[in-house]
Design a protein around this ligand. Structure first.
Ligand code: PLP
Length: 399
């Protein structure tokens, strides 16, 4: 009898994880992987933050038992997330208008939010930025939505096509779900300015659109509080909205899968009902989240010394990225490259959308072992003082 799998086709490789596989198989010793979305330190390693190390040590030494967590996760963690996102003195928190459920990274939080929205608004469409994080479309489609794009990046100005974005949103039906990058837009590094956020919020409120803010890089643009700007403006708008947040990058805890889904409702009473529905989504997906990462983050955020240490370590990551941006621009210029790359220092977050073509990216990989995403996105946090000259030579050669 035939195997039930005999007609199964090979799924397409994930573009970024596929790049990692090709990189791992490359035996050139000077190879450089700029394709990933991970922060590497000056020595090219994923850091284990000192604040995390201490909190982990204390936790393991306390020999915690391993009971199940509540369906929505660790209450101390959820509270800490709310304080970080909305501020300790937030009137929304005081009014019981925010619910938060611990999630499996930012991706897990997006998935729970998507599954819940699909039940709540089954006839809505989802709109993502053009371009967006490559998993947004697939994730919302997998939840059953049809996914379209709104104009976002303007290659000519290397900024946001604000008029295009606004006009598009202004023509959408009520209850359309709009995925917004709260800061450090991936892949372009182009964010809205404060005045533009205000205009977008006004359009979304007037048309009854449903905002879903994805916050994967809090602290990587200007600072923890500064990067919550969009979130705070939405909070002040009186609207209801969704937020997925992640500590993968800001705590360098990628593999522990630490994130959260927060939902802002209109009242405490709504919050209780919405939370009960979100718990149902979680219960039928993975029952309840794992313990370790969330307890470590909660401990760091609520212990003043560890909190201060984390903030300074996060500042260190942000500053090193900034130094690498400046260094890349200066070195390309010193190399005699005619094209102006000064936009790289304006882009926010971990990435630079370089404008390199798919052909140029392919040559970088083939001829130099320098790996980048075919869209031309490179991870600035993968550069360091030892590999940057080689990368500059390679880029200059393919231009
Ligand atoms: N959202 C965006 C925009 C991202 O860039 C990422 C990570 O690359 C995520 C969500 C997912 O984060 P996590 O690794 O915590 O699932």
């Amino acid at each position: 009898t035939a195997s039930i799998f005999s007609a199964v086709e090979m799924a397409p490789r994930d573009p970024i994880l596929g790049l990692n596989e090709a990189f791992a198989a490359d035996d050139r010793t000077n190879k450089v992987n700029l394709g990933v979305g991970v922060y590497f330190d000056e020595s090219g390693k994923i850091p284990l933050l000192g604040a995390v190390k201490q909190a982990e040590k204390a936790r393991v030494e306390s020999l915690p038992t391993r009971g199940y967590q509540p369906i929505d996760g660790n209450p101390a963690y959820n509270r800490a997330v709310q304080h970080l996102l909305f501020g300790e003195d937030s009137p929304l928190l005081a009014a019981g208008r925010v619910i938060t459920a611990q999630g499996l990274g930012g991706t897990g939080a997006l998935k729970v939010g998507a599954d819940y929205l699909r039940r709540l608004l089954p006839s809505s469409k989802v709109y993502i930025s053009d371009p967006s994080w490559e998993n947004h479309r697939a994730l919302f489609e997998a939840a059953g939505f049809s996914v379209e794009t709104y104009p976002y990046y303007d290659a000519k100005t290397r900024g946001v096509n604000f008029d295009g974005m606004k006009a598009c949103l202004n023509a959408l039906p009520a209850n359309s779900i709009i995925i917004l990058h709260a800061c450090c837009h991936n892949p372009t590094g182009a964010d809205l300015m404060q005045s533009q956020w205000r205009e977008i919020i006004e359009v979304m409120r007037a048309r009854g659109l449903v905002p879903f803010l994805d916050m994967a890089y809090q602290g990587f643009a200007d600072g923890i509080a500064e990067d919550a700007l969009a979130l705070n403006l939405f909070a002040a708008s009186g609207m209801q909205f969704f937020v997925s947040s992640s500590f993968s990058k800001s705590f360098s805890l990628y593999g522990e899968r630490v994130g959260a889904l927060s939902v802002v409702t209109a009242s405490k009473d709504e919050s209780a009902r919405v939370l009960s529905q979100i718990k149902r989504v979680i219960r039928t997906n993975y029952s309840n989240p794992p313990t370790h990462g969330g307890s470590v983050v909660a401990a760091v955020l609520s212990t003043p010394e560890l909190r201060a240490q984390w903030e300074s370590e996060l500042t260190g990551m942000r500053d090193r990225i900034r130094v690498m941006r400046h260094s890349l621009v200066e070195k390309l210029k010193a190399k005699g490259v005619a094209q102006d790359f000064s936009f790289i220092v304006q882009q926010r977050g971990m990435f630079s959308y370089t404008g390199l073509s798919a052909d140029q990216v392919a040559r970088l990989q083939k001829e130099f072992g320098v790996y980048a995403v075919s869209s031309g996105r490179i991870c600035i946090a993968a550069l360091n003082t030892r590999n940057i000259d080689y990368v500059v030579d390679a880029v200059a050669a393919v231009l």
